[in-house]
Design a protein. Structure first.
Length: 81
């Protein structure tokens, strides 16, 4: 029996996946100590990733995640400086 599953990702899904991927890379590098713990590179990747996911939430008008991701961007900015 041939079962084919076709999944299509919308433009918003692609943007959000890219942002989440950046956040996961930052977390992975931090957990396995490939970069200094809580260094500028870690916060920079988090700022980029959360900004992208926040933008994706704006595109779909998902206000809960706009507030959540926007807050994370602000917190990472404080951590960076």
């Amino acid at each position: 029996m041939n079962i084919s599953i076709i999944t299509t990702m919308s433009y918003n899904d692609i943007i959000e996946s890219f942002g989440v991927g950046i956040i996961l890379v930052a977390y992975f590098l931090n957990v396995f100590s490939f970069k200094p713990k809580k260094g500028k590179f870690y916060f920079t990747l988090n700022i980029i990733g959360t900004s992208i996911t926040c933008f994706s939430s704006v595109l779909i008008n998902y206000f809960t995640f706009i507030i959540f991701e926007g807050t994370l961007v602000i917190l990472c900015l404080f951590g960076l400086f």
